[in-house]
Design a protein around this ligand. Structure first.
Ligand code: NAD
Ligand code: LMR
Length: 331
């Protein structure tokens, strides 16, 4: 029997990430090869932008994707989020060279107030939200506060790109394939203070720091490369990461939609319950498992070495600082 389509709202759908993301959702990479989808695309109410969105929709039509059961294009959040099961909040301004992601906070933050309200008003009963627009942790916090009545657990932000980057760096250093790197763990904020954990992340089943016995590299170059990868891509490409971000979002939603294989976890920014000393209520990256039915849990009891612990305290401090900057948007 054919499954009922999943309605997927994507904001900023005519942007860089949108262009790389939409064909992957429509071809089944996000929800599986037997799951039909309806794409509900939101863009700014500017003629040139809506015209570009129309072109994107035409290209989607031209792919004749078997799983694509409808395309809605709108500049109205109430139309784009109507009955949406997943809202992928990408639309916002990217940073340029020399900026930190949280330099965007006062410009992008307000977007997530109206979008959170609209999600609460018209989204599906089981609506789930993934925030990509930067600074994504704090924007997710704003959306979560604005979406009155929607359970807080439905809101996530993306550190999957950081997880994938860490896997790739560790694999290269250890001379193995990235599939040999498992349990990759990012703590904290999707920012230059994020914490790529080298103790709980495993290489061929062993702690990464037991395989790569180069503490200076793990605490130095590895940390810096993962923390600064977004800036390095902006410096090299002239604009921020796009298809790697889209691919990470496919992974992020896929792995929350399906159950996590036993014994594994993924890095996801979710609302803290106080685990690992992260104050309750902040949206922070944790090792998370999904039950495949909409529920998730923070993996408990992982050991933290003193260096990682100290870095987690610093990234949490930054998240608290960001929250203070947008306090007026959290009512
Ligand atoms: P882009 O400028 O190419 O596209 C953004 C699109 O969003 C534009 O088409 C714009 O018209 C649209 N937009 C802006 N405000 C909107 C609103 N209120 N409603 C609907 N649409 C709106 O940018 P991009 O490269 O696609 O990046 C988008 C965001 O994703 C940026 O904030 C970027 O920093 C962030 N990002 C996050 C990660 C991550 O890992 N979390 C990775 C890469 C990029
Ligand atoms: C990234 O990590 O590539 C994105 O968050 C874009 C950026 O500004 O770094």
């Amino acid at each position: 029997m054919t499954k009922a389509p999943i309605r997927v709202a994507v904001t900023g759908a005519a942007g860089q990430i949108g262009y790389a993301l939409l064909p992957r959702i429509a071809s089944g990479a996000m929800f599986g090869p037997d799951q039909p989808v309806i794409l509900q695309l939101l863009e700014l109410p500017i003629d040139k932008v809506m015209q570009a969105l129309k072109g994107v929709a035409m290209e989607l039509e031209d792919c004749a994707f078997p799983l694509l059961r409808g395309i809605v294009c709108s500049s109205d959040t109430k139309v784009a989020f109507k009955d949406a099961n997943w809202c992928l909040l990408v639309g916002s301004k990217p940073r340029g060279p020399g900026m930190e992601r949280n330099d965007l906070i006062r410009e992008n933050g307000p977007i997530f107030v109206g979008q959170g309200q609209a999600i609460a008003e018209v989204g599906a009963k089981d609506v789930r939200v993934a925030v990509v627009g930067n600074p994504c942790n704090t924007n997710a916090l704003i959306a979560m506060h604005s979406a009155k009545g929607v359970p807080k657990e439905r809101f996530t932000a993306m550190t999957r790109l950081d997880q994938n980057r860490a896997m790739s760096q560790l694999a290269t250093k250890a001379g193995v394939h990235s599939t040999d790197v498992t349990h990759a763990t990012i703590w904290g904020n999707h920012s230059a203070t994020q914490v790529p954990d080298y103790v709980n992340t495993k290489i061929q089943g062993k702690p990464a720091n037991a395989v790569i016995k180069d503490e200076a590299w793990l605490k130095g170059e590895f940390f810096k490369t993962v923390q600064q990868r977004g800036a390095a891509i902006i410096a090299a490409r002239g604009s921020s990461s796009a298809f790697s971000a889209a691919s990470a979002l496919v992974d992020h939603v896929h792995d929350l939609h399906f159950a996590t294989p036993a014994g594994e976890w993924r890095s996801v920014c979710v609302v803290s319950d106080g685990s690992y000393g992260v104050p309750a209520g902040l949206i922070s990256s944790f090792p998370v498992t999904s039950d495949g039915k909409g529920g998730w849990k923070i993996v408990q009891g992982l050991p933290l070495d003193p260096f990682v612990k100290e870095k987690i305290a610093a990234t949490v401090k930054e998240l608290e600082g960001e929250r203070a900057v947008v306090a007026d948007l959290l009512k």
